[in-house]
Design a protein around this ligand. Structure first.
Ligand code: WT7
Length: 657
């Protein structure tokens, strides 16, 4: 480690720009597209892409297959957008059917590896058969266009198969991350009104069995809309006491057994809902972000093709979980639309040893790896000896997403994983944006820690609180200035919150919620959230979501939750808790509260620190002043506390620790 630390310091001191290898630039998909369109320079590409009526239909021509073409590109009734208006479409056709009818029929779509080491390769032809049989089975259970289906599954190929089967029927899916708790699943089922839940008996994580069906049953007990539960058998004999409700439950393999291997996709409106994906906001209640078929297909496929330069020979590995948007867009939809071969891995990155990923990259000759700063920092901590024991020479491009990447981690990733030859695509986007919005291309000179500039066709900038452009190198609010094809279409069941959250601070622009600055070269530096949203290991959690979970404990009166910088996870969760009258603080209670939050939300929300206080600082109107709590927790000056209703609570925060 000492060696690498010195090396990294030296590189950073040079304030260096990393130019892409000329061969990579020359052969890149984006350069090929420019040549086909007589575009001479990258600058000219960005200029010409500013005309959406030319750019988006032109790129869409190579990527997607409409049943009926659009009449009009965009209908913008702020904040509601329709893209490719009048087009008929189904994303499942482009992701599966089209390839199954082409030479790609026998091309591998997924190279799957389970945590215990079991492997499967699934071709596009096989994928089509499995998707069709499940779609037909779901139809028999009464699932049709517009019906919501909740999916709570491990990272096996059946998860994308389930999503695609729903897409095929025009039934929006709501995937719930398999690390979430039964309570979190229940709330998401109830908010979406899902009719069917697709789950599994369980899966492997760090060598242990997670009994998913038990959690599903706990959730479904309080989810009256659910009529059927479909269960994929992942564990078989390894599963522990799988509960079974004959009137409601179906084994996946029984459901599909007699079904036809043909299933025509529903011809949908390009603006019909493809999925709902819940993400945290500033209140205790997660938001169901809505995405639609057509525009989403175009922008996810284009960004994967240009940013990660995916070609037929590539072995693509987006090492995220499909339970998050990264997996939806860049494990499932975009790679399949491009007909790519992807690696899909069930388990933990450091199981059974810290070189699990590196051995898989070597074994499958992975060419492109996409991961998060948290994972990179974790690998960095374990030391470069782990990757150095493997041949990673197949890699040609790397990616990062989910939170700002610190330059030290960037340089380490570039050197020890990328062998000093692979550019790193630091892609900024959100559940709401559906696809990359600020990102380098393989032709872009890179600065460690910057996502460089908005993708062609995306107009973004940084504004101050009054709506003026923030001066160069001054932090402000990141906004997107014009609609984009893969944008969210709303918050499920809550148009008011949609308007209020993203479209009310400024009259025109979309408010992303990130503090950002633009440097002298026009490069964007996203610094972190501007609102009360935590980023823990790249996962988004609302401060108030964790507070609500704490307050739901019988012995807790109040809680203030803040994020504190953490070397690996980016942020750690620190909770200050006021107990009910007469309850004595104890270490036992402290650990019970941590477990309680994990039980209410999921392991990712378990607080790292819990402190007991008599009071938390509040405004006169009773709002918890998290800013002050945070300053105290990280040892910064608290600033003006004269507006507080209870200034003495500030001292309390010190006494508690
Ligand atoms: C938030 C969105 C997008 C998929 C994973 C997270 C942060 C994301 C970057 C990046 C700096 C980033 C932002 C954003 N973020 N990518 N490259 N550099 N920050 O999706 O849970 O919707 O979170 O993640 O704060 O707003 P998400």
């Amino acid at each position: 480690m000492a060696d690498s630390a010195q090396h990294i310091d030296a590189l950073l001191a040079e304030d260096r720009i990393f130019n892409p290898p000329p061969g990579l630039v020359e052969n890149s998909n984006v350069m090929a597209w420019m040549r086909d369109h007589d575009i001479q320079t990258v600058e000219e590409l960005y200029e010409r892409a500013k005309n959406p009526n030319w750019f988006w239909p032109e790129v869409a021509r190579d990527l997607v297959t409409w049943y009926r073409p659009h009449d009009k590109l965009l209908e913008w009734d702020r904040p509601f957008a329709k893209w490719f208006v009048g087009a008929e479409y189904n994303i499942a056709y482009d992701a599966v059917d089209r390839h199954a009818k082409s030479w790609r029929k026998n091309k591998v779509a997924f190279i799957y590896e389970g945590e215990p080491g079991d492997t499967r390769k699934i071709t596009y032809g096989e994928l089509a058969i499995e998707v069709n049989r499940l779609a037909n089975g779901l139809r028999r259970l009464g699932v049709g266009k517009g019906d919501r289906v909740a999916i709570y599954m491990p990272m096996t190929p059946e998860l994308p198969i389930a999503m695609l089967a729903c897409a095929k029927l025009g039934a929006p899916h709501a995937v719930v991350f398999s690390g979430f708790s039964a309570a979190a699943l229940r709330d998401r089922i109830n908010d979406s009104g899902a009719k069917v839940v697709i789950t599994a008996d369980g899966f492997y994580r760090r060598g242990r069995v997670v009994n998913l069906k038990t959690l599903t049953d706990e959730a479904v007990e309080q989810a009256p809309t659910v009529q059927s539960v479909v269960m994929y058998q992942r564990l078989g004999a390894a599963a522990e006491n799988v509960p079974w409700h004959p009137a409601r439950d179906h084994w996946w393999h029984d459901l599909v057994a007699g079904e036809s291997i043909e299933c025509e996709p529903e011809h949908l409106d390009a603006n019909d809902m493809l999925y709902l994906l819940y993400t945290s906001g500033t209140t205790g209640k997660p938001k169901g972000i809505i995405h639609a078929h057509g525009g989403y297909a175009v922008q996810t496929a284009l960004t994967l093709k240009w940013v990660f330069d995916i070609k037929d020979e590539d072995i693509w590995w987006c090492a995220a979980d499909i339970g998050w948007v990264t997996g939806h867009s860049y494990i499932v939809y975009a790679p399949l639309i491009l007909g790519a071969t992807s690696v899909l891995y069930e388990g933990a990155p450091d199981w059974p040893a810290p070189d699990r990923w590196w051995s898989m990259i070597e074994k499958y000759r992975v060419t492109t790896l996409y991961t998060s700063p948290t994972s990179i920092r974790m690998f960095m901590r374990q030391g470069e000896k782990w990757p150095q024991n493997h041949d990673l020479s197949s890699l040609r491009l790397l990616g990062s997403v989910g939170e700002p990447i610190n330059p030290e981690a960037w340089i380490w990733y570039h050197k020890y994983i990328g062998g000093d030859r692979c550019p790193i695509m630091d892609t900024w986007w959100q559940t709401e944006t559906g696809a990359h919005c600020i990102t380098p291309l393989p032709v872009t000179p890179l600065k460690p820690g910057s996502g460089t500039r908005p993708f062609p066709g995306i107009q973004a900038t940084v504004l101050d609180d009054d709506g003026n452009l923030s001066p160069t190198n001054t932090g402000g609010n990141l906004v997107i200035q014009t609609p984009w094809p893969s944008m969210l279409r709303g918050i499920y069941g809550d148009p008011g919150r949609f308007q209020e959250q993203y479209w009310s601070k400024y009259a025109v622009e979309y408010l992303a919620g990130d503090v950002t600055r633009i440097d002298n070269d026009g490069y964007f530096w996203v610094q972190g959230r501007a609102d009360d949203v935590l980023k823990v290991a790249g996962h988004r959690l609302g401060n108030s979501e964790v507070e609500s979970a704490l307050v739901s404990h019988a012995q807790v009166a109040e809680a203030a939750v803040i994020g504190k910088p953490h070397e690996i996870k980016g942020e750690s969760i620190v909770a200050y808790v006021v107990l009910n009258n007469g309850i004595e603080p104890s270490d036992e209670l402290r650990s019970a509260l941590r477990d309680h939050v994990a039980h209410e939300i999921g392991g990712i929300a378990r607080p790292d620190e819990v402190w007991f206080v008599n009071d938390v600082p509040k405004t006169r109107s009773g709002k918890i002043m998290r800013r002050i709590v945070r300053s105290k927790a990280v040892g910064e000056p608290v600033g003006d506390i004269s507006t507080l209703a209870n200034p003495e609570a500030v001292e309390e925060l010190d006494r508690a620790r």
